[in-house]
Design a protein around this ligand. Structure first.
Ligand SMILES: [Zn+2]
Length: 193
């Protein structure tokens, strides 16, 4: 059986998001789809068009997420999570999102495209100059910082190599100074080139 046939069997010949039964096609979930059944879902034309084109989104169409978010297939959960996130300003999607539990691997996959979307979400870590910081970057401190609980002052100009980003807080990064792992505010650092 090819992928389409496998997906038809899995879905019962229905769009795996909205349950429509016409104009179905295989949709490979970005990014890094290996074009196997686990990375693919069977979707209707309407769902595919709206997934691919934010300008065409009809919020009411996505009431279907209420049901399909409970689907056991990770690829479907990923699409439901992404669409709920995209629509979260509507209110009800945010409520659903809060009840949607994904295991870590699936959540990581769901979030894999978030950075490529608009900058509306404020998860970008920016240094004091507004330069985007990424995990593994080297930064310098632009002022003396008293390190709480460690009894030392990290001097202005100190280098912090191989920072990591605090995922939930765009104002926080972590890095080692004097051998200690500390949390640093992004506005007090400058990215090194
Ligand atoms: Zn659909």
């Amino acid at each position: 059986m090819n992928i389409e046939q496998l997906l038809q069997e899995r879905s019962g010949f229905k769009c795996e998001l909205c349950s429509a039964s016409e104009n179905l096609a295989v949709y490979e979930v970005p990014p890094d789809s290996k074009a196997n059944i686990d990375d693919s879902v069977l979707l209707c034309e309407t769902c595919i068009e709206q997934l691919n084109n934010a300008a065409k989104v009809d919020v009411n169409h996505w009431r279907c997420l209420n049901d399909c978010m409970w689907n056991q297939t990770p690829a479907v959960q990923v699409l439901a999570w992404r669409m709920l996130s995209r629509l979260s300003a509507e209110g009800w999607p945010q409520d659903l999102l809060e009840t949607l539990y994904l295991d870590d691997k699936v959540l990581h996959w769901a979030k894999a495209t978030v950075e490529d979307q608009s900058s509306e979400n404020n998860t970008k870590h920016l240094d004091s100059n507004g330069t985007r910081l990424e995990a593994g970057d080297n930064v310098t401190l632009i002022k003396d910082l008293n390190v709480k609980g460690a009894n030392f002052t990290a001097k202005r100009g100190s280098a912090v190599r191989g920072i990591s980003l605090v995922a939930d807080n765009p104002e926080h990064i972590e890095g080692k100074i004097n051998g200690q792992q500390i949390v640093i505010l992004t506005r007090f650092v400058k990215k090194m080139n």
